[in-house]
Design a protein around this ligand. Structure first.
Ligand code: UD1
Ligand code: UDP
Length: 355
C-alpha cells in the first residue's frame, strides 16, 4: 500500500520483485499527477490495481478515511499479508486496516526515530512499528530503537533501505546528464538543488520567508522544485517576490531529480529521502530541520541547520572548499546498504504470507 511520492519510490523494487503476487493499492493521499502518476510511471509500477481517493485533508480525516476505505478493500479481497512503508498517514492507515482485519503486517523502513513528538510522522512510525509483525529496519541504529521500545528481536530484520536500489535503477547515465543540466541552464557542480515540504518549514509565513531568503542569498543558482504544499503556502503568504531570485519549477520526475542531484554542488532540503539519496550519490546536504530520524548520515553527508542565516553560512563554507568536500564524500560509505534491501524484504514478505 502506498499513497505518497516517497512510498512509491521505496516500494517499487519490492513490488517488482513480487511480480504478479503483488496487488498495489494507492490511497490517493498524493493526487497531483507530478507526485503520483509521474512517479508510478518513472518507477515502472503503472496503474495501481486499486486507486482510492483520500486526497488532501486534515490528518485525522486522512487517516480515518484511508483506514475505512482500505478496510473495505481488504475485506472484499483478503491478501496473505499487507506491506506498508515509512511514516505517512497512508502507512498508518494501512497498518490499522491490516490490524483490524487480522492480516499479517510488514513495515518497510521501520525503527526510525526523531524523538520529536511535534512531528506527525514520529507518531505514525511508532504506531506502525508496534502494530507490525515484521519490522524491516534499514540500519542497526533503527533496529536498536525498536528493541529499546520493547519490540521483540524476532520481529526485527535489518535489510538496508530500499531507496538504494531505486537510485541505482533510475539514476541517469553520466552521458545523459549534460542535457538535463542544459534544460535548466545549469553547470555541473555550479548550482544548489533545494526541496521543502515539512509543515514546520512551510506552514508559517515567517519561517518560509526566512528559508526562501536564505536560498536567494546563496552564491550559486538555486533550483527549487516546489512541492504542492510549499507552492500553495508561498502563494497564500504572497512570497512571490522573496522567491524571485530562485529558479522555481514544478516537482521533477524521479530520474531527472536524481540526475540533477548527482551533478549539483550541494543540496538544501528537509526531505528524508533526499538525505538517503545524497549518501548514495555522494553529495552534501544541508538539512533544514531541528531534529532528525536519520542520524546515520549526520556529520558526513548531512548537517542539520535550523531555518535562518546558518543556511548561507554553511553553504558558503562548503562552496569555498567544494572540490575537497566532494572528494572526501566519495570515500564515505552509504549507511543504507548495498541495494539488496528489496530482495531481503520480499523474502520476509513471502515467509510472513506463508506463516
Ligand atoms: C506527506 C507526508 C510526509 C511526506 C510527504 C512526502 C504525512 C503526515 N505527511 O506530506 O511525511 O514526507 O507526504 O511528500 O503523511 N497537495 C497537493 N497535491 C498532492 C498532495 C498534496 O496539492 O498531490 C497539497 C494539498 O494542499 C495538501 C497538502 O499539499 O493538503 C499536504 O499534503 P499531505 O499529503 O497531507 O502532506 P504532505 O505535506 O504532502
Ligand atoms: N523528489 C523528486 N522530485 C522532486 C523532489 C523530490 O523526485 O522534485 C524525490 C526525491 O528524490 C525523494 C523523494 O522525492 O526520493 C522524497 O520525497 P519527499 O521529500 O516529498 O518526502 P520525504 O522523503 O521527506 O518523506
Amino acid at each position: 500500500m502506498f499513497g505518497t511520492r516517497p512510498e512509491i519510490v521505496k516500494l517499487a523494487g519490492v513490488v517488482r520483485l513480487l511480480g504478479p503476487a503483488a496487488r498495489t493499492v494507492h490511497t490517493g493521499q498524493h493526487y497531483s499527477p507530478a507526485l503520483s502518476a509521474a512517479f508510478l510511471d518513472d518507477l515502472g509500477l503503472g496503474t495501481p490495481a486499486v486507486q482510492l481517493d483520500v486526497g488532501g485533508a486534515s490528518r485525522g480525516r486522512q487517516i480515518g478515511e484511508a483506514t475505512a476505505a482500505l478496510d473495505a478493500h481488504l475485506t472484499d479481497d483478503p491478501p496473505s499479508a499487507v506491506v506498508v512503508q515509512g511514516d505517512t498517514n497512508t502507512g498508518l492507515a494501512g497498518a490499522l486496516a491490516a490490524n483490524a482485519g487480522g492480516f499479517p503486517l510488514l513495515h518497510v523502513e521501520a525503527g526510525l526515530r526523531s524523538f520529536d513528538r511535534a512531528m506527525p510522522e514520529e507518531h505514525n512510525r511508532v504506531l506502525v512499528d508496534h502494530l507490525a509483525d515484521v519490522c524491516c529496519a534499514p540500519t542497526e541504529t533503527s533496529r536498536a530503537n525498536l528493541l529499546a521500545e520493547g519490540v521483540p528481536d524476532e520481529r526485527v530484520l535489518v535489510t538496508g533501505n530500499t531507496v538504494v536500489e531505486a537510485v541505482l535503477e533510475l539514476l541517469p547515465d553520466p552521458s545523459d546528464r549534460p542535457d538535463l543540466l542544459a534544460r535548466w541552464g545549469l553547470r555541473a557542480r555550479g548550482f544548489v538543488l533545494a526541496t521543502f515540504h515539512r509543515p514546520e518549514n512551510v506552514d508559517d509565513p515567517h519561517t518560509l520567508a526566512t528559508i526562501l531568503r536564505a536560498l536567494a542569498d546563496l552564491p550559486l543558482p538555486v533550483l527549487l522544485p516546489m512541492h504542492p504544499r510549499t507552492a500553495a503556502r508561498a502563494a497564500r503568504f504572497g512570497l512571490g517576490t522573496v522567491a524571485g531570485g530562485l529558479r522555481l519549477c514544478e516537482p521533477l520526475g524521479y530520474a531527472e531529480f536524481l540526475g540533477l542531484a548527482a551533478e549539483c554542488a550541494l543540496l538544501v532540503s528537509d526531505s528524508g529521502g533526499v538525505q538517503e539519496e545524497a549518501s548514495v550519490l555522494k553529495r552534501p546536504v544541508i538539512v533544514v530541520r531541528r531534529s532528525t530520524e536519520r542520524p546515520e548520515v549526520q556529520g558526513t553527508f548531512a548537517t542539520l541547520v535550523p531555518p535562518g542565516p546558518g543556511i548561507c553560512e554553511l553553504a558558503a563554507d562548503w562552496i569555498d572548499g567544494l572540490a575537497a568536500l566532494h572528494a572526501r564524500l566519495e570515500h564515505e560509505p552509504c549507511p543504507y546498504g548495498d541495494g539488496t534491501a528489496s530482495a531481503r524484504t520480499v523474502a520476509a514478505i513471502r515467509e510472513l504470507a506463508a506463516s
